[in-house]
Design a protein around this ligand. Structure first.
Ligand code: IMP
Length: 427
């Protein structure tokens, strides 16, 4: 594994945290390259649960370097809170084990405020964001008015840029939204203190990563959210504001595209989505509720109940092919124990036409119906198994059926939240 991209192949919450934590045992470097504290990556080790939003999931492995690269929108308060919480639990976090890009953009109070205010104005058309300021921070980046980590280390520059930006933002917050302005003096004071605390971690992480690759280090890229939430290739406008797949790595980490050696997608054995937007295989009744209860499907970041549905082979095939995946991990297979029958969306019907291809033109999904095919389920608890052959015959047949529909090998099954609860099929 010289370098490996691990990305979400659905709408996020695929269980990437656990898989990345596990794969990090064989990695020298783990890198976050997009998104921000909208992500919630959960790991369970020896019964102890850790939820990380910004710190990469390699942090629980001693000796692993964790990089928050330039493409991440960093909420410095959240990041330092995570560092403090990890240290309190005895996890070593130093300027060597955690590296933060000087070029990463920052999330301030006005971004969070604008995120929530804009959602309010969108009314029925709201995106259902996590409210963490992600969209407004990436918008400022594109508008070239964002502040970056390096600005935080230079109080004079930080003061002049933040004052100018806040003057405009406050005019909008007060004038357009009729809300209370953000207190400039308090923000400036906080920014200086944050800069001092971040300083030991900050560097040119792109140059460091390129040197690590040349030195033969094993680099794991940790995707956040999922490909169906990608700003370009997802269900726009109901997406997040970054490139969530392997394509986000070169720009988001300063890492040459040709140096990404392998890509592995992560998808649940069923589907979930939080927030608004198309979800063709959604189950609105009892079965969806049963999946939510069995899988404890509530957001790790916002606690919102996730919408649940059957596995969508059209969407996952699209996500894996878009990323050139060499294989994929099917997670939460244990959650499907106990269902009499299991269905999979094998094609869509749009405007009377049946297709196995994800539509390029998204409004086509509005009246989309899914064609479901059904197979028998299994009743046994499979969470204690470690060997593929020990799975009930109908569980194996479900896995192999889905694998055939997707056309990309399933290299691992995850059958519970603990690090050890996996069945390897080659990974
Ligand atoms: P934002 O990223 O907070 O702007 O939210 C945009 C959309 O992406 C909303 O539908 C969120 O629910 C969704 N989203 C953002 N981050 C995650 C995640 O980590 N898991 C699942 N959904 C997410």
């Amino acid at each position: 594994m010289p370098s490996l991209s691990v990305f979400g192949a659905q709408w996020g919450d695929e269980g990437k945290g656990k898989i990345i934590d596990r794969l990090a045992a064989d990695a020298d470097v783990v890198v976050r390259y997009q998104g921000g504290a909208n992500a919630g990556h959960t790991m369970v080790v020896d019964g102890e649960k850790t939820v990380l939003h910004l710190v990469p999931c390699g942090v629980l492995h001693r000796g692993t370097k964790n990089v928050v690269a330039n493409g991440v929108a960093i909420d410095p308060v959240q990041l330092l809170e995570e560092v403090d919480a990890l240290r309190e639990r005895g996890v070593e976090v130093t300027g060597e084990s955690l590296r933060i890009s000087a070029g990463a953009h920052l999330i301030f109070e006005h971004h969070r405020r604008m995120d929530q205010l804009s959602e309010h104005w969108l009314g029925e058309g709201r995106i259902g964001t996590t409210g963490r300021g992600i969209g407004p921070a990436y918008a400022d980046k594109a508008s070239r008015v964002g502040l970056r980590v390096s600005d935080l280390l230079d109080p004079e520059r930080c003061h002049s840029r933040l004052s100018a930006v806040l003057a405009e933002k406050n005019a909008t917050i007060e004038g357009v939204h009729g809300a209370d302005p953000v207190d400039l003096a308090a923000e400036l004071e906080r920014a200086t203190a944050l800069g001092d605390r971040l300083r030991p971690f900050v560097g040119d992480t792109g140059a460091e990563l390129r040197a690590d690759y040349r030195a033969g280090k094993r680099i794991l890229f940790e995707g956040a959210q999922g490909i169906m939430l990608d700003i370009d290739h997802g269900t726009y406008p109901f997406v997040t504001s970054s490139n969530t797949g392997t394509a986000g790595i070169p720009a988001g980490a300063g890492f040459p595209p040709g140096h990404i050696d392998r890509a592995i997608g992560i998808a649940k054995a069923y589907c979930t989505r939080v927030g608004e937007g198309p979800f063709p295989s959604e189950l609105r009744g009892e079965t969806g509720d049963a999946i939510r209860a069995a899988g404890n499907e509530y957001g790790a970041t916002t606690g919102r109940p996730r919408r649940c549905g059957w596995f969508d082979a059209v969407a996952v095939r699209y996500g894996l092919s878009l990323n050139g995946a060499d294989g994929w991990v099917m997670t939460n297979l244990d959650v499907l124990s106990g269902f009499e029958e299991l269905s999979v969306a094998t094609s869509y019907v749009m405007d009377g036409e049946q297709t196995r291809e994800y539509p390029a033109h998204l409004p086509a999904l509005d009246g989309c119906e899914v064609r479901l095919e059904t197979r028998p389920g299994w009743q046994e608890d499979i969470s204690g198994l470690r060997c593929y052959e020990d799975l009930p015959a109908s569980a194996r047949s479900y896995v192999e059926w889905v694998e055939e529909l997707i056309g990309t090998p399933i290299v691992m099954l995850s059958i519970g939240p603990e690090r050890e609860q996996v069945i390897s099929r080659g990974l």
